[in-house]
Design a protein around this ligand. Sequence first.
Ligand code: ADA
Length: 572
Amino acid sequence: MIRTFPEHHIRKTTLLDGPWDFVKDPENTGQQQKWFERFPHAEKSLYVPSCWNNELHLYDYEGIAWYRKKLRTEDTQHVRLILHAVLGHADVYLDGQHLGYHYGGYTPFEFILPSLPAGEHELIVRADSTLDRLTIPTEVVDWFHYGGIIRSVELQTLPDIYIDKFAINYELDGAAADVKVQVRFNSLSQADGTVLFTLSVDDQVIHSEQVLVGAGQTKELPFEFRWNDVRLWNPGQPELYLFRAAIEHDDKYERIGFRKIETKDHRVLINGSPVYLRGVNRHEEHPEWGFAFPPKLMRKDLDIIIELGCNTVRGSHYPQSPYWLDLLDENGIVFWSEIPIWGAALPNETVCEPLFQERALSMLEEMVHMHIHHPSVVFWSVHNEIDSRTQDAYELTKRMVELVRKLDSSRLVTYATMHPLEDVLLPLFDVIGINKYYGWYEGQVEGFREMLQQFHKRAEQLGAGDKPILMTEFGGAGIFGDVGWEPRLFSEDYQAHIVTEALAIFREDPRIGGTYIWQFADIRGDLKSSGRHFRDRARSFNNKGLVNEYRKPKQSFREVRRIYRAWSEQDQ
Ligand code: ADA
């Protein structure tokens, strides 16, 4: 399941979820045809979507693997093949032909296959999960490094003229919206054709016209309309609108919410009202499912997060599933979306490498493209904890921020810094996220006060003193079940102590506009990196979750629930 609502009613879509043939290729023996010829019976079958590291004997496998699926098509037809997410490097082959390559891991990519003949076809995907110094994330990273096809693979049947793009934008003036719609049609036909296009919103027809699309051509159809009294999407009170673009033989649904995002007096404003953000960092990860997180568990995560009293979630540290964002849209929860540049151990030279930069920019673009219509997304974040003290970091960040603003000027651009007192990037952003671990990696929790005082002075000197500051990471590890009479390191008690003290300090500081506790749930630690870098990860987990990896609450969960609920009452 990709979305909580169907994206097409007329267009025929099929998910290729289920068992695929699977073989590892640890030595990179090469060509795919040869590979499957030599192994006509694949090593095993593997469920798609999933992560191979959740299978027996593949726990620590990093490298190349081949997936194969046989499929049948009736009649000659135009096909759109969408791979919703493959971790790392992906090469896709159909009937022995290389369709293309994609680098990334959390965003979809697609191929249009005009006039695919009827019959049996062989779809092969070569997935390579290897991390190195130029991948994103790089080889040192603090989460389990999975491999696999982690979201669905989808086949769509297209008519001769189909809807290729459907983008909705708007500007709000009070409750009046100037809506800009852009539709792109593509023709796969040898002849010119005319289609009757209809735009409707919640079943009400808004616009209709005949559109001529030349043979084999693309046709853009931009138009605008004004809507005088839209119901606004607000945190906790979401209002959504379902838009439909349709022609005789094709259609596409997009869902949006109307809201205006600004900042003022160190606060994030939604529709003119300040929203104090009560949040957690959530990895979309589960010990049995890895990053192939099932919709049913997303619903459960959301219920727990609402129970905790949150009104926001940071999607640490990569673009999360559209299904998850649909749930957030429907429940009025604010979302922070980011790409997986995880910089705590990133050497400064890496940010200057052209390949790294190219990957960063394309991941950013793909993320914005994937999530652009979700009203829950309020923040686009460009990176986490890179060495933000250098001119090189400044140059790359400037390009990234410019790109995001060009793609979407309606949201806030942000990042998370671990060097708040030396950071040179502050002026580039709308909102500043600070990650600090007083009480855990450094000093006592009280250390936050002094750091924040110095930070505010510095932000003023750099001309960034008026921006909202969000505490985007803080906390400590607490092993589930380890409780006692005294708050010892790694006990639930000590973790609860750090988090509650830190929250009290932040809430007193008028320049802080919200808090994101590190983290929602315990996550698996990375096998490869943890050997060298993360020796304090008991059980090979990052144990800073308010709930454990199976979502059972720790003491810190109960304390934070008490605090966040009280704040929610105060902020009414
Ligand atoms: C960093 C990082 C997180 C996590 C955390 C920790 O701030 O952004 O991904 O690694 O530290 O637990 O140390």
